[in-house]
Ligand binder design. Structure first.
Ligand code: NDP
Length: 254
């Protein structure tokens, strides 16, 4: 029996770990051919092998999406290899926390480069293919899912520039939704609360001790698969139904 995404092609950024890896597995399990995009090629190749062993189809595409040319090349490689693109999951992200006062401004640049500029690069390159899929493809609909955060809904002390990037993603997503929804490209945000991934590990020990470890030690957080499930829900709605926003929290997180 054909699965819901059979015949479609998805590109997932940040597929080398956490939410992106789980999402790639889930979409492949539902029948999509999946392009796995991130910088750590060995991880992508291992995941592509796992997906193939499970009967799916995946392609490892090494790319730093903060570089516009490389992000565009990743989209082109996907379309050249699989012949089309139906689904873009903009998931790659970086969260470096801490006070604004005395911050290392390079941390801000790195976050903005991945969370905002990287997302813009892949979206811009993918849109012509998504519009074509929506017009000519068998499903006559295409999808962009942007992985934002609860930090795109609520601001907290110490989250300043991460909040800035995720609030920005939410605003951009809704604007783009209005631009292309009547052409049947659905655009939505998924906003997770705490998920068990590598996201916090890029912070220094001071931030981890004060802001990250205490939360994870006292909260039953989500698994990456919980978010993958949400992405799959968004991209498998009937053509006339578009999920603009999905907010998934650990039950244990107030
Ligand atoms: P991870 O750190 O496990 O994954 C982040 C992914 O982004 C990695 O695959 C990494 O791959 C990729 N990435 C980082 N920089 C680049 C780059 N320049 N080019 C290409 N890929 C890049 O964290 P999560 O899975 O948690 O994060 C996924 C998304 O979920 C992020 O947008 C995050 O903000 C969001 N989120 C996470 C929450 C959580 O609690 N974990 C909560 C709310 C939102 P590589 O290093 O190989 O390039």
């Amino acid at each position: 029996m054909a699965s819901k995404l059979t015949g479609t092609v998805a590109l997932v950024t940040g597929a080398s770990s956490g939410i992106g890896a789980a999402t790639a597995r889930e979409l492949a399990g539902q029948g999509a051919a999946v392009a796995l995009v991130a910088r750590r090629k060995d991880r992508l190749e291992d995941l592509a092998d796992d997906i193939a062993k499970a009967g799916g189809t995946a392609l490892a595409v090494e790319a730093d999406i903060t570089d516009r040319a490389r992000a565009e090349a990743a989209v082109q490689r996907t379309v050249e290899h699989f012949g089309r693109l139906d689904t873009l999951v903009n998931n790659a992200g970086l969260m470096l926390l801490g006070p604004v006062v005395g911050a290392d401004a390079e941390d801000w640049d790195r976050m903005i480069a991945v969370n905002v500029q990287g997302l813009l690069h892949t979206t811009h390159a993918a849109l012509p293919h998504l519009l074509k899929a929506a017009e000519e493809g068998p499903r006559r609909v295409a999808d962009i899912v942007n992985i934002s955060s609860i930090a795109g809904r609520v601001a907290w002390n110490g989250y300043g520039v991460y909040n800035l990037t995720k609030f920005g993603v939410n605003g951009f997503t809704e604007s783009l939704r209005q631009e292309v929804t009547r052409r049947h490209v659905r655009v939505g945000v998924l906003e997770p609360g705490g998920v068990d991934t590598e996201l916090g590990s890029h912070n220094g020990p001071e931030v981890r001790d004060a802001m990250i470890d205490p939360f994870y030690e006292t909260t039953e957080v989500l698994a990456p698969e919980d978010i993958a499930d949400g992405v799959a829900y968004m991209v498998t709605r009937p053509r006339h139904a578009s999920v603009g926003e999905l907010w998934i929290m650990p039950t244990d997180q107030a």
